[in-house]
Design a protein around this ligand. Structure first.
Ligand SMILES: [Fe+2]
Length: 309
C-alpha cells in the first residue's frame, strides 16, 4: 500500500517554509512558483511511487542536461516550446489578433548580432560544398502592403545539420544574417540547402527520447525573426517540403502554412545566369506581419540567447 504524507499539515508547513513563505525577503512570485513545483513534485513522488534510485537518477539527469547545455533542446523535444506557441495562438485569437504568418518555435540556437545588410545577403562562407540555395520573398502587412525597411533575421544549419557558434568548426555567423527589406518589402539571399537537425546522439535529450521510443530528428528548416516598426515581431521558420521528417518533427515546429516548396534547377543556362556552375535550389516565401502599436510586441521575446546584448 502506498504511504502518503504530502497532504499532512506538517509536510505542507515544511514545504511552505522551504519556499520562503515565513520570511518577507526575496521574490513573492518566485516563492509561489517554487512552492507549486515542490508541492506537485512530492505528489508525483507519491502518486507514481518514485523510488530513491529514480529520484537520484533524475537529479543526475538535470546535471547532465546543464553540463551539455541541452535544456533548451529538451523543452523543444518534449513539446513544451510548441505548447507555448499554442497557448499564445489561443491568447491571440481571444484578443482578436488574427491573420499573418503563423509563429513557430525559436529553438535554442539563435545567436544575436548577425551582420546586417540591405536587401540581400550571402549567408554561407563558401566552405560547405552544399547545393546553392537562392531564397527570396516579400514582407507585407495584413492588408497586403509591402513593408520596406523590415528586418529579416535568418539562421539555419549547414549540410551536416549543425549551426555556427554551437559548431566551433564553422566561421563566425556562418549561415546567419540580418537583411533589411527594400522599398517593395523584398529580401533575397544566397546560401546552401540546409540538412535536417538531429539531437546529439550521445546527449541527455536523445537519451530521454530513447526511453520514450522517439527519434530526435527535425526536417530541414530555416529560422526567421521578422520585425518592422508598428508590427508584431514574428518568430517563425519554414520547413522544407519533401523532407522525410516534415510531419514527424521531434520538436513539433512544422505548421501547414510554413511548409516551403523547394525547387531544384538543373538547367545549366539558368545556373550560369545565377552565377553558379551546377544544379541549384530556389525557395520563394513571403511573410505577413500583424499590426501593433505596443512597443513590447514589436520586439522579440526576452530570453537568454548566445551573444544577446
Ligand atoms: Fe533549427
Amino acid at each position: 500500500m502506498t504511504v502518503r504524507i504530502s497532504q499532512t499539515a506538517d509536510v505542507q508547513k515544511f514545504f511552505e517554509e522551504a519556499s520562503g513563505f515565513d520570511n518577507d525577503q526575496g521574490s513573492s512570485r518566485m516563492k509561489a512558483v517554487v512552492h507549486r513545483v515542490l508541492s506537485d513534485s512530492i505528489k508525483i513522488i507519491e502518486d507514481l511511487q518514485i523510488s530513491p534510485e529514480e529520484f537520484w537518477k533524475a537529479v543526475n539527469y538535470f546535471n547532465e542536461l546543464g553540463s551539455r547545455q541541452e535544456a533548451g533542446l529538451l523543452v523543444a523535444g518534449l513539446g513544451l516550446e510548441h505548447y507555448l506557441d499554442l497557448l499564445m495562438d489561443a491568447e491571440d485569437e481571444q484578443a482578436g489578433h488574427v491573420g499573418g504568418t503563423p509563429r513557430t518555435i525559436e529553438g535554442p540556437l539563435y545567436v544575436a548580432g548577425a551582420p546586417l545588410s540591405k536587401h540581400e545577403a550571402r549567408l554561407d562562407d563558401g566552405q560547405d560544398p552544399g547545393t546553392v540555395l537562392f531564397m527570396q520573398g516579400q514582407v507585407r502587412d495584413i492588408d497586403g502592403k509591402p513593408l520596406a525597411g523590415a528586418i529579416v533575421d535568418v539562421w539555419h544549419a549547414n549540410t551536416g545539420g549543425t549551426y555556427s557558434y554551437f559548431d566551433a568548426s564553422q566561421s563566425d555567423f556562418n549561415l546567419r544574417r540580418r537583411i533589411e527589406t527594400d522599398a517593395e518589402g523584398r529580401y533575397r539571399f544566397r546560401s546552401i540547402v540546409p540538412s535536417g537537425y538531429g539531437c546529439p546522439p550521445d546527449g541527455p535529450t536523445q537519451q530521454l527520447l530513447n526511453q520514450l521510443g522517439r527519434h530526435g530528428q527535425r526536417p530541414a528548416h530555416v529560422h526567421f525573426f521578422i520585425s518592422a516598426p508598428g508590427h508584431r515581431h514574428l518568430t517563425t521558420q519554414i520547413n522544407l517540403a519533401g523532407d522525410q521528417y516534415l510531419h514527424d518533427d521531434f520538436a513539433y515546429a512544422t505548421r501547414d502554412e510554413l511548409i516551403a516548396e523547394i525547387h531544384f534547377i538543373e538547367d545549366p543556362q539558368q545556373a550560369a545566369a545565377r552565377g553558379v556552375s551546377e544544379r541549384f535550389a530556389e525557395i520563394n516565401f513571403d511573410f505577413t506581419l500583424q499590426p501593433t502599436a505596443e512597443l513590447n510586441a514589436q520586439q522579440r521575446a526576452q530570453r537568454v540567447r548566445a551573444q544577446e546584448v
